[in-house]
Design a binder for this molecule. Structure first.
Ligand code: MN
Length: 228
């Protein structure tokens, strides 16, 4: 057995609906501007330019059910997204085979320190400081493909304190789930345990401590995340 000089970092694993087994996380890819109305609200042309991705860290995924307000920001935004969990991977996966690699789907949030991300954008610098902070991706329970099938349509909604902030439909994604998997697999070797956050509809905005983010995606149930 391998001897380690320090304790092994904890494995990140997420709960699965109807199972006492957990889903272990390998990598987290997030697509930017995947709903036209959100691209417009962020000041971009929604024409179908090639997709772009950034990454969060596996340990940024958080199934604790609360979102601690992060450090060094006064403008942290909610972005509701469908998470896609892979059970297998590979390189150069054809669009036609891509869904065979999906294990399941979950509600998730791509929480963003918008003020810090904005500064990085202006300077042409990477986004990690705005995107990949501690517990920046609250995630709900995983629904397996066996249980719910593949989701390509369905209402997406986020309320804050019972007021609708974000609404859209999965069918408004510019790049569909199979296309995202195929595209990513040309640049990275995808593998079991990889998670893809599939973009957010319009209506992103700030939260403060004491708010409750109430999320739902048709087929994936609902999830309330208090900001603490
Ligand atoms: Mn996002």
């Amino acid at each position: 057995m391998t001897k380690l000089v320090i304790d092994a970092p904890p494995l990140v694993a997420l709960p699965i609906a109807g199972s006492d087994e957990m889903f272990p996380v390998r990598r987290v890819y997030c697509i930017g501007r995947n709903y036209a109305a959100h691209a417009i609200e962020m000041g971009h042309d929604p024409d179908r330019e090639p997709p772009f991705f950034f990454q969060k860290n596996p340990c940024n995924l958080d199934s604790s059910g609360v979102f601690p307000y992060p450090s060094k920001t006064s403008d942290v935004h909610h972005e509701i997204e469908m998470a896609v969990m892979l059970k297998t991977g590979g390189n150069n996966i054809p669009v036609s085979d891509a869904l065979d690699h999906v294990f399941g789907y979950a509600l998730s949030l791509d929480m963003t320190r918008r003020d810090l991300q904005g500064e990085q954008k202006k300077m042409g610098r990477p986004w990690e400081i705005g995107k990949a902070f501690e517990r920046s991706a609250p995630v709900g329970i995983i629904y397996t493909v066996d249980a719910v099938g593949h989701l390509s349509t369905g209402r997406v909604e986020l309320k804050v304190n019972n007021e609708i902030r974000q609404e859209g439909d999965l069918n408004q994604m510019i790049w569909k789930v199979p296309e995202m998997i195929a595209y990513l697999s040309e640049y990275f070797e995808l593998a079991a345990g990889d998670v893809i956050l599939s973009g957010t509809p319009a209506g992103v905005g700030p939260v403060v401590r004491g708010d409750v983010m109430q999320m739902s995606i048709q087929g994936l149930g609902s999830l309330d995340i208090p900001v603490i």
